[in-house]
Design a protein around this ligand. Structure first.
Ligand SMILES: Cc1cc2nc3c(=O)[nH]c(=O)nc-3n(C[C@H](O)[C@H](O)[C@H](O)COP(=O)(O)OP(=O)(O)OC[C@H]3O[C@@H](n4cnc5c(N)ncnc54)[C@H](O)[C@@H]3O)c2cc1C
Length: 396
């Protein structure tokens, strides 16, 4: 009998395990994951950016936990000799109509108590000579890490403290009793006093297995990146972002420096026909049927038809993709980029067609379900764990 079982060895599951051990050093803890290694999905297929929290509504969990998480991630990397580079991010307005939005983002940065400054066109040119922009914001605390490396170190620490991590254990059934929970994988059964669901792209299904309808469904969006030919790396010094669409802050092609010296360009965001569908041709009948029979999906698809279509067209054409990226760096040519990595985002969507914006938890009788943990959840992962302990597990 464990005290707590966590489903999911991504950064949120590992962050939660870490926080539980910090608070309850003698806890009997088990993390289960269906894959061979930790961080096999979103936590190992992302942009590796340590976000600052600039975009998020002041007071929201995202704003609060990203800001704290930003410091925690750098500190963790420093303590354990892991790679990090606080290289800074520049958000660029390329058209007059974006100037007001840029000003709003700057004000939001101030409200969120972040270190932000405004850059004139000439100051922008000094930092990024190849970027076309009217004005920009500099966010010096944004940086890059290697989240896979961070997850591996965190898993090692959790095990050193006595926690168990069992990989290749896919949870198939959950039964809550009055004072314990039973978890059944394809191979064996486990018992614990409490259960925490951090299953990312499958978090809604795990909640359903435990008997809870969370009122939302995970819709998978594949992010497709290109890599800049290394002879063109000089085009990008910082992380360079366009002014985001306020309705879809995760859309918009940006340029990201990576821990391996490469520069990623992207992403497109298109509906994935499989929850863990990293390739255009990946398809799963159950996953797709669940999306296309979901009312919420059709509501959002009709409302944002043009945006969705533009993403699909860019996904099919390198020329269109380059045209979009050229708004930021006009010198970019289609032959300067080659197809790179992909990642699939778990975005919770309500039945009335709203993207759930903030991190979202649902409580069960002996379980807690992390039902929405999109970006910046890698940045915030340690702090999401601490928040979960503070709100739900302080006195177990
Ligand atoms: C393309 C992309 C770019 C992003 N960029 C950034 C960024 O730069 N910075 C940032 O902060 N955030 C970023 N994010 C968001 C961030 O990566 C995620 O929010 C975060 O990794 C979520 O972590 P998680 O642990 O909730 O999910 P995951 O990492 O997906 O982990 C969930 C785990 O649950 C396991 N699981 C699922 N079902 C079962 C089951 N039935 N039984 C057992 N195990 C199961 C899975 O195998 C998986 O390992 C990005 C995301 C994507 C997709």
């Amino acid at each position: 009998m464990y005290d707590v079982i966590i489903i999911g060895a991504g950064l949120v599951g590992l962050g939660t395990a870490n926080a539980l051990q910090e608070h309850h050093p003698r806890l009997r803890l088990l993390v289960l994951d269906k894959e061979k290694n930790v961080a096999a999905h979103q936590s190992g297929h992302n942009s590796n950016v340590v976000h600052s929290g600039i975009y998020y509504t002041p007071g929201s969990l995202k704003a609060r936990l990203a800001k704290k998480g930003n410091r925690t991630i750098y500190q963790f990397c420093q303590e354990h000799g892991l790679y990090y580079d606080r290289c800074g991010k520049i958000i660029v307005a390329t058209q007059l109509k974006e100037l007001l939005l840029l000003e709003n983002i700057y004000q939001r940065g101030l409200q969120n108590d972040l270190n932000v400054s405004q850059l004139s066109q000439s100051a922008l040119k000094e930092r990024e000579p190849y970027v076309n922009g009217l004005e920009a914001i500099l966010v010096p605390d944004t940086g890059i890490v290697n989240y896979q490396e961070i997850a591996a170190k965190l898993a090692e620490i959790i095990q050193t403290r006595g926690g168990d991590i069992h990989c290749q254990q896919q949870v198939k059934a959950i039964r809550e009793h009055s004072d314990y929970v039973e978890v059944q994988t394809q191979q064996r059964g486990y018992q614990a006093k409490w259960l925490v669901n951090c299953a990312g792209l499958h978090s809604d299904r795990i909640a359903r297995l435990a008997g809870y309808d969370t009122g939302m469904k995970i819709v998978p969006f594949r992010g497709e990146y290109y890599v800049l030919d290394s002879s063109k790396n000089y085009l990008v010094n910082h992380l360079i972002y366009p002014v985001p669409n306020p309705d879809f802050p995760f859309l918009g092609v940006h340029f990201t420096r990576m821990y391996n010296g490469k520069r990623d360009v992207g992403p497109n965001a298109v509906l994935a026909f499989k929850r863990e569908g990293y390739h255009k041709t990946d398809f799963n009948l159950r996953d797709l049927t669940e999306v296309v029979t979901y009312k919420g999906f059709w509501k959002i698809a009709t409302r944002y038809f043009d945006e969705g279509l533009a993403e699909i067209r860019r996904s099919c054409s390198r020329q269109l993709f380059t045209d979009n990226a050229r708004q930021l760096i006009p010198d970019l040519q289609p032959e300067d980029i080659i197809p790179g990595s992909t990642g699939v985002r778990a975005q919770a969507l309500t039945v009335d067609g709203k993207l759930v914006d903030d991190f979202h938890f649902v409580t069960g009788h002996r379980s807690l379900h992390v039902c929405n943990a999109p970006s910046p959840a890698a940045t915030a992962s340690f702090e999401i764990g601490r928040e979960i302990v503070k709100q739900y597990f302080e006195t177990i």
